[in-house]
Design a protein around this ligand. Structure first.
Ligand code: ADP
Length: 317
């Protein structure tokens, strides 16, 4: 449904996007994940035909951005990062205005108004001026304008930014619901958000696509040394001397010292080998163990590791 091919966008000496290629299929939710300034908005503006790339191209629904931008605009519903609302208009006036601009006839417009009011849950603010609404309601009205013409493709730029935690959950649920029969591309700088909403995550950093896959695939691709957490109630010097003697422990650091309990993070080449050695140490030294567990790689760790690995930097936790 969407295919970006070698998109490059430069502003003077700034390379906002560099040879970016990615795809989104029908019914798929793709999260464009990257820090601020990574090039997410630029990619979305290109796909929504708001700007023309310096080189490269993209197709949306089979139409090329250079050749058929008007066809693409018909197919796409776009919610830019800065919500395109008119504060003086009532919600209903604004949605009618956008619907008329989308060439919906009287009957079509009424039907679609009913649909967006129900699905974006904006009934209670229907007659209110947009400028008076909370940020959460304004975001829902922004989504309603993007959906008024029942587009096949939804492009949403940071749809949850500036919302409180409850509003974030509502918008995420709404996006998932809408995606059932649409293709959705949305941007975020939050890894956890990308993983809960998207079927697939495309990571962009400094204008380049550096990874593409499901959250699980991305985590599996990251090669970092497994780490183990060990909390023991014992005398520090003795514990550290013993840990130094572990042949499978590449290094350790004291994370916490509380009420005589020492918590260490141990870095090993494999969990198994280290654990056998640790079990022997614990038994021989008769340590009182409060906790012993492998440390899972968090989504944030994955993001940092993928970004660093792509830049040839050492992967650390
Ligand atoms: P993101 O959405 O990931 O925060 P953007 O696509 O907005 O990133 O920006 C990518 C880079 O391009 C940034 O360095 C930004 O400053 C630059 N940039 C974006 N738009 C313009 C513009 N109109 N003129 C000059 N530089 C721009």
């Amino acid at each position: 449904m969407i295919e970006a091919k070698q998109l490059t966008m430069t502003y003077g000496s700034t390379v906002a996007v560099k040879e970016a290629s990615f795809k989104a299929s029908k019914g798929e939710i793709v999260g464009l994940l990257g820090p601020n300034g990574a090039g997410k908005t630029t990619c979305m503006n290109i796909l929504a035909t708001q700007i023309v790339p310096t080189s490269g191209t993209a197709t949306v629904g089979g139409y090329d951005i250079h050749e058929d931008p008007i066809e693409i605009r018909r197919l796409v519903g776009y919610l830019p990062e800065i919500n395109p609302l008119y504060g003086d208009m009532e919600v209903v006036e604004y949605l009618q205005f956008v619907g008329e601009g989308r060439n919906l006839g009287e009957n079509g417009l009424k039907e679609r108004l009913d649909w967006v009011v129900e699905n974006c849950k904006i009934k209670e603010v229907y007659r209110r001026p947009i400028g008076e609404l909370s940020r959460g309601f304004q975001q829902r009205v922004g989504l309603a304008q993007a959906l008024i013409h029942d587009p096949q493709v939804l492009i949403l730029d940071e749809p949850t930014s500036g919302l409180d935690p409850l509003q974030i959950i509502e918008i995420r649920n709404l996006i998932r619901k809408l995606a059932k029969d649409k293709t959705v591309v949305f941007s975020t700088h939050i890894m956890q958000e990308a993983s809960v909403i998207s079927d697939r995550i495309v990571i962009i950093s400094e204008g380049e696509i550096i990874a593409d896959g499901t959250a699980e695939e991305l985590q599996a691709r990251v090669e970092v040394s497994p780490t183990t957490i060990l909390s023991v109630k014992a005398e520090k010097e003795g514990v550290e001397r013993a840990l130094e003697s572990l042949s499978r422990c590449k290094g350790f650091n004291l994370m916490k010292e509380e009420d005589g309990v020492l918590t260490y993070q141990l870095e090993a080449s494999t969990h198994e080998g280290l654990w056998e050695e640790l079990a022997a140490l614990i038994r021989d030294n008769r340590w009182v163990v409060k906790e012993l567990k492998p440390q899972e790689l968090s989504l944030e760790d994955t993001f940092i590791a993928v970004t660093r690995a792509s830049r040839g930097l050492t992967v650390e936790r």
